[in-house]
Design a protein around this ligand. Structure first.
Ligand code: NAD
Ligand code: TYD
Length: 356
């Protein structure tokens, strides 16, 4: 076994932030396997592209031959599995890709991992880890006064996205219980930060505001999410990979519950300060209530006491400091924005917002 970790989906939002943090902080080499869907962007990784401990490999987690070849030739000591279709609205318009990648892809990855892991020497089998990166959305939706999701909250996924992630979590669990594969699963709340594809709430609102376009708030804007700055999530993943207990799941969150409307207001205020309109009018005039998302989960909140207690992890960023960094990042990276808001992005925006 080599001192190498295999990351799947490392060209996406969280995966690329993870790699950018890993390379300067850790000593193991890292191989990034990514299919480069619309959400994968190698520009996110330009800072490490030529680094001797980093390599990119184009490929699909559904493709077992590709996975087998990688395991044979690279002999990783761990897998950090990010690759997924990740956007709820897209899962509503077209669930097929979600089942294909999130369910069949995770299954194929588990099967090839199991074949590779079974053939390792005993000490290597013990040391090996499969870290599965999942979401709080598998737990369903909370009422306003319900306690936050804990690791023992029953699964109740409501969207094709969360159902496909729940299915993958169950497969990962079963591979531990049945075959003894040394897995750890993390369920994290909504992330935000640099390099997030602007189909998601925070970057979409920043870019729409800068372009003078409407800020489309679904329903009454009172839905609540628990927001975590992406670099805090990546630190949590490194901690879980190093010290998490095999077969366990860990909830990760920011203890930062916010209503969507509050977030859009915060973004408008930050832009008024950092990028004021020529006319002097506030960006908040662009807020537009639109038709709700079907099956829209009302509230997510994470009880993170387990990871705090066992692994001494805590977020370093507050929502206020993280949001300021994020708005500044988008304002300072116009080239990145220009690259990702090309033809296919415009098609998605037209499709998702046409009938709202
Ligand atoms: P993303 O959509 O930005 O990136 C996904 C990456 O996976 C892309 O680079 C894409 O090219 C790649 N990919 C997709 N299908 C693939 C396939 N078949 N084979 C290989 N690569 C493939 O997603 P993200 O926001 O970075 O999320 C990463 C992971 O974290 C996902 O598993 C997601 O469910 C989970 N997660 C995300 C959040 C969040 O707020 N974004 C929160 C909790 C958990
Ligand atoms: P999103 O970023 O899609 O994450 P998720 O659905 O996985 O939580 O959405 C976050 C919240 O913002 C969610 O309640 C839906 C809402 N939302 C809007 O109000 N308008 C939008 O244009 C988008 C994309 C999301």
């Amino acid at each position: 076994m080599e001192d190498l970790i295999l990351v799947t989906g490392g060209a996406g939002f969280i995966g690329s932030n993870f790699i950018l943090q890993w390379i300067p902080s850790e000593s193991s080499r890292l191989l990034n396997l990514d299919k480069l869907t619309y959400a994968g962007n190698l520009n996110n990784l330009s800072a490490v592209a030529g680094h001797p401990r980093y390599r990119f490999e184009p490929g699909d987690i559904v493709d077992r031959k590709c996975l087998r070849g990688l395991f044979q030739h690279q002999q990783p000591r761990a897998i950090v599995h990010f690759a997924a279709e990740s956007h709820v609205d897209r899962s509503i318009h077209g669930p097929d890709d979600f089942i294909h990648t999130n369910v069949n892809g995770t299954f194929n990855l588990l099967e090839e991992t199991r074949a590779y892991w079974t053939g390792l020497a005993e000490a290597d089998r013990t040391r090996f880890r499969f870290l599965h990166v999942s979401t709080d959305e598998v737990y369903g939706s909370l009422g306003p006064d319900d306690p936050a999701f804990s690791e023992t909250t029953p699964y109740a996924p409501n969207s094709p996205y969360s159902a496909s992630k729940a299915a993958s979590d169950h497969l990962v669990r079963a591979y531990h219980h049945t075959y003894g594969l040394p897995v750890v699963t993390t369920n994290c709340s909504n992330n935000y930060g640099p390099c997030q594809f602007p189909e998601k709430l925070i970057p979409l609102m920043i870019l729409n505001a800068c372009a003078g376009k409407p800020l489309p708030v679904y329903g009454d804007g009172e839905n609540v999410r628990d927001w975590l700055y992406v670099e805090d999530h990546c630190r949590a993943l490194r901690t879980v990979l190093a010290d998490g207990r095999v077969g366990e799941t860990y909830n990760i969150g920011g203890r930062s519950e916010r209503k969507n409307l509050e977030i859009v207001g915060d973004i408008c205020r930050l832009l008024d300060e950092l990028h004021p309109n020529d006319s002097g009018a506030s960006y908040s005039r662009l807020v537009t209530f639109v038709k709700d998302r079907p099956g829209h989960d009302r509230r997510y909140a994470m009880d993170t006491r387990k990871i705090e207690r066992e692994l001494r992890w805590q977020p370093q960023e507050t929502f206020e400091s993280g949001l300021r960094k994020t708005v500044s990042w988008y304002l300072e990276h116009q080239d990145w924005v220009h690259d990702v808001t090309s033809g296919s992005y415009r098609q998605w925006m037209a499709k998702n917002y046409a009938q709202r």
